[in-house]
Design a protein around this ligand. Structure first.
Ligand SMILES: Nc1nc2c(ncn2[C@@H]2O[C@H](COP(=O)(O)OP(=O)(O)OP(=O)(O)O)[C@@H](O)[C@H]2O)c(=O)[nH]1
Ligand SMILES: [Mg+2]
Length: 814
């Protein structure tokens, strides 16, 4: 984030129209060299000519403009001054006046509370106290959707559309929202199947397999009766195009590395992340010169539900074959010509990478920017769009530029419903080439699902999503979208494979849940209990003890790091843990598995126990009248600790500080991170997660600090009460800080992320690191200087959030 010290006074209704993102050009007599964030100040009068123009360009009636433009002599918004155009014949749009100079504005954010300002006209520098007041309002205000954010904004609208198509019942209707979490393959979806009572042989809904299976968010509403309903949201055109561009580059890289035609083709069709497997949708492409059905066996990870290869699935698609083979020829051509250009042009210049790596980097830039890449992406997008014609049923809606946005449907027949819904959620080989699964962002279904073993009806919304990755312990953290989910849901079921010790990713969920006041929502469900074997593990209780033994190690680590969190987790493990086995098979009290009747009945009892626990309303702990008192210096110390850890980590990762214990990361990973952040669909690349790492460090440091108030206003509460009070504070503060961090690290510096990504040529690794450190991280989150108090915009914003939380939750900050 850049300094915010300048203001521009404009008359109404321009101040209003700019703040709402309608007016993107303001006309002035003079220009300026200044660029970046400026405060927009509403002047003291309303300009009638401007009002007429605004009426024409926004469609707002004069009366409505009068009603909205009451603000005078106050800073009403912050916007980015992106350019100043002095050209006569420009195309600055309808707001531009040809006779004047065009100040071009973007990313306007209206302040929730306008800040009173002195009566100064024109472009002026704000006094420091005014700048600070504006900055604080700005940081705590939700950003509207403008300019570059249109894609993500559309995405947000999609969520609203989904709620409109199939609303989620909530507390008022007696429903509880249950999030299933666990490492990939832990058995989350298998649990969902059990809770729905879908048949693992004949219905297979939702899909399971031994490899990364569930990729989109799946929400299932268990209704007591009525029809089956579904609402599906699709990834936007831009997001799909970005993934296709990745595929083009991966295919080009395969050409560069001299890989076989088959590898090149596969890279072009299936995204490296396994998330976007376009072959599910488009089918496979035959190899040049091969017969139409000459294909090898299914890969292991495509063996769905233990199913053997299905012959029909291997048929290649002639359209896809032509598309892919043409694309590969074009890519080969680009790679050959560009390699020649790069090698010829490679002259002097500093670069510490091996020459071949430099060549590869340069090649990537050139391939991604080539016309051929865009043409291939367009051709694939076209093919993808055509596949929506497969949808005979339901109501397909499109977004304003014609891309499919959502699909909804209602049907009374269960078999028919599951058959159709499979197109959106399955990875079954039999449907290969006809599945819309890779395009689905979220799928919501509702229906009278009920397992035969269930003793009671459960009013639940089950939320199943992508499995947690297998990351090393030291860097396992909870991603931004998941972190938001933890706050939203009523219960979190941590599904864990009982055969192995707990993995780092579920442990990170436990830590974060407990440190953010979400610990009471945790339930532990250990699966694969049928496979826990050992000579010393004869009885059920032996095996339970064995599994819990591994959790014990986790708890002692948590006590070291997070104090009170251990209490919460230990209690949840005692009171809310369940062990199940053989849940991949039908469980039916009338047809108990003759091979292991006891185990099967026990699993059904455990599942009934889980259902009962999930439907029970949690009883809040009654805290006494005593309130904690904190010193503001305590908060600053905690913030400082998190900020130090953040900078040490990134200076190490970027190779800026050599004494850091954090190893330097490969330039290509850093580059990939800048691309992701520039595109804006996600805020991380693998374990490189700037916003997440800062937020987590802040959450943990502040949680430790909250446990040590300087005093209580009354008699010190007991452990349970303290746990509840600290949990509430850390939750409410965490929500505010989450927004602040997203904005400072991810959203506001978007142009800097793009600039860092676009660096190329010799020395680009160094220049990219400079942008990350200097223009993004240190500007947003200043480093602590030795012997100076940590006092800056960031520390003040955190303190303001803390004080707001104190006002909300009634505690004291001195
Ligand atoms: N033997 C046995 N197998 C199980 C059990 N629970 C799940 N499985 C199998 O474990 C595999 C993975 O299960 P999934 O339900 O797909 O796992 P997931 O957690 O949804 O995985 P992702 O969607 O990839 O994150 C499947 O082959 C299941 O049949 C169990 O209790 N016992
Ligand atoms: Mg799954």
């Amino acid at each position: 984030m850049a300094e915010l010290s300048w203001a521009l006074t404009v008359p109404q209704p321009a101040a209003w129209a700019i703040s709402q993102g309608h007016q993107t050009v303001y006309n002035r007599q003079s220009g300026t060299d200044q660029r970046g964030w400026i405060a927009v100040c509403a002047g003291s009068y309303l300009d009638d000519d401007l009002k007429r123009l605004t009426n024409r360009l926004t469609g707002r009636s004069p009366e409505s403009l009068d009603a909205h433009c009451g603000e005078r002599n106050a800073i009403v918004a912050v916007a980015r001054l992106v350019d100043v155009c002095e050209a006569r014949g420009c195309d600055c749009g309808p707001w531009a006046d040809k006779r004047l100079i065009h100040w071009k504005l973007a990313d306007a954010v209206p302040l929730a509370e306008p800040v009173p300002a002195p009566h100064i006209v024109g472009h002026w520098r704000m006094p420091a106290d005014l700048a600070d007041a504006v900055e604080q309002q700005w940081q705590l205000t939700e950003r509207p959707i403008t300019g570059d954010e249109v894609t993500r904004g559309t995405q947000r609208d999609f969520l609203a559309v989904r709620d409109e198509l199939l609303p989620l019942p909530g507390h008022a209707e007696g429903y509880r929202h249950v999030l299933l979490l666990g490492t990939t393959g832990a058995g989350k979806t298998t649990v969902v199947r059990q809770l729905l009572g879908t048949d693992p042989e004949t219905e297979r809904f939702p899909s399971t397999s031994t490899a990364k299976t569930t990729v989109a968010d799946t929400e299932i509403i268990l209704t007591g009766g009525g029809p089956f309903r579904a609402a599906v949201m699709f990834a936007g055109r831009d997001e799909i195009a970005d993934h296709l561009r990745d595929n083009v580059w991966e295919a080009a890289r395969a050409v560069f590395e001299g890989r076989s035609q088959e590898v090149i083709q596969n890279r072009l069709l299936d995204h490296v992340s396994q998330r976007y497997r376009f072959s599910y949708l488009l089918g496979r492409a035959a190899l040049p010169g091969a017969g139409p059905d000459l294909d090898d066996d299914l890969d292991d990870d495509e063996l769905v539900d233990g199913q053997a290869s299905v012959p029909a699935a291997r048929a290649t698609d002639p359209g896809t074959t032509a598309l892919v083979q043409n694309a590969v020829r074009a890519i080969e051509h680009v790679v050959t010509t560009q390699l020649e250009n790069i090698r010829n042009a490679a002259g002097a210049g500093e670069d510490d990478r091996p020459f071949e790596e430099y060549v590869e980097d340069e090649l990537e830039t050139r391939v991604r920017r080539s016309d051929i890449c865009e043409r291939i992406v367009d051709a694939f997008l076209h093919a993808v769009e055509n596949r929506f014609a497969l949808l005979a049923e339901g109501d397909l809606r499109h977004d304003p530029d014609g891309w499919p946005a959502s699909w909804s449907w209602e049907c009374a027949d269960r078999a028919e419903f599951l058959r159709v819904i499979t197109k959106f959620s399955s990875n079954q080989a039999a449907f290969f080439g006809r599945l819309l699964t890779p395009l689905v962002n979220g799928i919501r279904t509702a229906g009278p699902f009920r397992p035969v073993w269930a003793e009671h009806e459960a009013r639940l919304v089950l939320i199943d999503g992508e499995g947690l990755g297998h990351t090393p312990g030291s860097i396992a953290e909870v991603s931004t979208p998941l972190r938001k989910r933890l706050d939203e849901v009523d219960a979190i079921v941590l599904v864990d494979n009982a055969q192995q010790p707990m993995q780092a990713a579920p442990v990170a969920v436990m830590r974060t849940a407990a440190a953010t006041g979400n610990g009471e929502k945790l339930f532990f469900l250990f699966t694969h209990f049928d496979l826990v074997k050992g000579d010393n593990l004869g009885s059920f209780s032996d095996r339970e003890r064995h599994v819990l033994g591994s959790a014990e190690n986790v708890l002692s680590e948590v006590r070291e790091e997070l104090g009170l969190a251990e209490r919460t987790l230990r209690r949840r493990l005692d009171e809310a843990r369940f062990f199940v086995g053989g849940i991949d098979r039908v469980l039916d009290p009338e047809r108990v598995d003759p091979v292991r009747p006891k185990a099967s009945l026990r699993t059904m009892r455990q599942l009934n126990g889980l259902l009962a626990a999930l439907t029970e309303e949690a009883v809040p702990v009654e805290a006494g009248p005593a309130r904690p008192v904190y010193k503001s210096g305590q908060l600053t110390d905690a913030v400082l600790e998190a900020v130090r850890a953040f900078h040490i980590r990134w200076r190490g990762a970027l190779g800026v500080s050599l004494d850091s214990e954090v190893p330097k990361r490969h330039w290509s990973s850093i580059k990939a991170l800048t691309r992701r952040l520039s595109e804006g669909h996600t805020d991380e690349y693998r374990d490189l997660r700037p916003a997440t790492s800062l937020r987590t460090a802040l959450e943990y440091a502040i949680f430790r600090m909250l446990q040590k108030p300087v005093r209580w206003t009354g008699p010190e509460p007991d452990g349970d009460e303290q746990e509840a009070i600290v949990g509430d504070i850390s939750n409410a503060l965490g929500r505010r800080l989450g927004k602040l961090v997203d904005r400072l690290i991810t959203e506001d510096p978007r142009p800097d992320w793009t600039r860092a990504y676009e660096e190329h040529g010799k020395g680009s690794t160094f220049r990219r690191a400079q942008i990350l450190i200097g223009d993004i991280y240190e500007r947003a989150i200043p480093r602590a200087l030795r012997d100076e108090p940590y006092e800056n915009r960031f520390s003040r914003a955190v303190l303001a959030a803390f004080e707001e939380t104190a006002a909300e939750l009634d505690f004291i900050v001195e």
